[in-house]
Design a protein around this ligand. Structure first.
Ligand SMILES: Nc1ncnc2c1ncn2[C@@H]1O[C@H](COP(=O)(O)OP(=O)(O)OP(=O)(O)O)[C@@H](O)[C@H]1O
Ligand SMILES: [Mg+2]
Length: 423
């Protein structure tokens, strides 16, 4: 899929570049041609103006001013009568007889003309004097000045070849460069896509086990329809437990999927973070007591923050839940919150089993669980910290973890104050 996109991107880029090169080349060609011919035409017009036809005893005589500079190109003048018959060509014999017919056809044109005769190119300007001098023995109707433009044509055709070759070469290079660049541009997209694929695969995998449990227990219930609810209570409670776990998983998955697509709007409000922490700690007291864990809260009073209260509650629940889950009986958990120079810092410290240094870099990844064997019993999915990280970052905060195996773990979060958080 990515290879195809890469090739398509490269070809598309090359096509766009080729089109632009052709467009630019054509503009250059047209402009150059225009400028070249403009120069020639001005020269022809000037020469016409400079020439005078005199009628002398010997017939028609052309009085041509001497060339002004060495750069003036040689031109020939043809004098025609009313019926298009050549009266004279000057300098004499400058135009071979076989060319004359071709020039005769262009007598009526007012504009300068380009004509190809026997492999040569000429530019011709014909003028019809207002008062053609007419004498009984000689009269003329047209004065035609012609100039050989082979050199200019050669320049133009070389330019055309250059433009075509340049465009093709440019397009070829663009395909190659586009291929390399598209490959590079696709790296992060590919990584994100693979991550997403992995996420979907993990989610499906995690849902499979509870679904299988629910199915087996329901089948067992159906096999013994005569049993009372009390007699089947073990199966029913298993089903209930698995369904609850699945609901939790689906809710977490939905949160992460929505956060990825930027669909979650944070409801930012001025709130008392000290009050929220006290409430959350109280909520966990029962659970801690059950595990004989001492939970203490060291919270500075009057700490306000602009934040989404429900999301922060979810964040502290995730951290306290982990602390209780991963701390053995008799341990201690400290929840603290204080103001610092740039904002507010919250930390959750436990005296639990700690995190293996090898696992530390990955614990915020989705579906990452540190000690697989132990966690199967504790029943987590490895989504808690991924959600926690998203919540903290959505509030422009930072989350850090410090852990020593066998000694305990501290998660610290700092929230900046006076900043408008993103959604
Ligand atoms: N306080 C802690 N002490 C020791 N290990 C921890 C602690 N908090 C997190 N971990 C490790 O980090 C891993 C990821 O934590 P996370 O909260 O994301 O997932 P979970 O707790 O396994 O499952 P879930 O939170 O989705 O139910 C855990 O599996 C655990 O190995
Ligand atoms: Mg957790």
């Amino acid at each position: 899929m990515f290879q195809k996109t890469r090739v398509r991107l490269a070809l598309f880029n090359a096509a766009v570049l080729f089109f632009l090169l052709v467009l630019g080349g054509s503009a250059l060609f047209v402009y150059t041609k225009h400028r070249l011919y403009q120069g020639i035409d001005e020269d022809l017009a000037r020469r016409v103006a400079q020439q005078q036809v005199q009628i002398g005893r010997g017939g028609l005589k052309l009085v041509v001013r001497p060339p002004r500079g060495v750069d003036e190109a040689p031109v020939a003048t043809l004098i025609w009568d009313e019926r298009g018959a050549l009266i004279a060509s000057l300098p004499e014999g400058a135009v071979p007889d076989e060319f004359v017919d071709a020039f005769a056809k262009r007598l009526e044109a007012d504009e300068p003309q380009t004509l190809e005769v026997a492999g040569h190119s000429f530019r011709a300007l014909t003028v019809k004097p207002n008062r053609p001098p007419s004498l009984s023995q000689a009269s003329f109707a047209y004065l035609q000045i012609i100039r050989n433009v082979d050199a200019e044509q050669a320049v133009l055709s070389r330019l055309l070849i250059g433009i075509i070759a340049g465009s093709l070469l440019g397009a070829g290079l663009a395909v190659a460069a586009g291929f390399v660049l598209a490959g590079r541009a696709l790296v992060p997209i590919r990584a994100a896509w693979e991550k997403q694929q992995e996420f979907v695969a993990d989610a499906s995998h995690e849902l499979r086990t509870p679904l299988a449990v629910v199915r087996t227990h329901t089948e067992l219930l159906l096999r013994h329809p005569e049993r009372t609810v009390l007699e089947s209570s073990q199966q029913i409670s298993m089903i209930l437990k698995e369904t609850r776990r699945m609901s939790g998983l689906v809710a977490d998955l939905l949160t992460l999927a929505r956060s990825d697509s930027g669909q979650i709007e944070l409801r930012m409000e001025q709130m008392q973070i000290d009050r929220l922490l006290a409430e959350t700690a109280e909520q966990f007291e029962g659970l801690a007591e059950l595990k004989e864990i001492r939970l203490t809260a060291e919270i500075e009073p009057d700490l306000t923050l602009v934040a989404d209260e429900e999301r922060l509650r979810q964040l502290f629940v995730i951290l306290l839940d982990n602390a209780i889950k991963y701390t053995p009986e008799g341990g201690r958990i400290t929840l603290s919150c204080r103001r610092h120079a740039h904002g507010i810092e919250v930390s959750v410290t436990d005296t639990g089993h700690g995190i293996d240094p090898d696992d530390l870099p990955q614990i915020f990844d989705r579906f990452y669980r540190g000690d697989k064997a132990r966690h199967r019993q504790e029943g987590g999915y490895g989504l808690g910290l991924a959600i926690a990280k998203w919540i903290v970052e959505a509030h422009h905060g930072r989350i850090k973890v410090e852990s020593h195996l066998g000694q305990g773990t501290t998660f610290s979060i700092s929230f900046p104050q006076k900043k408008t958080p993103k959604g």
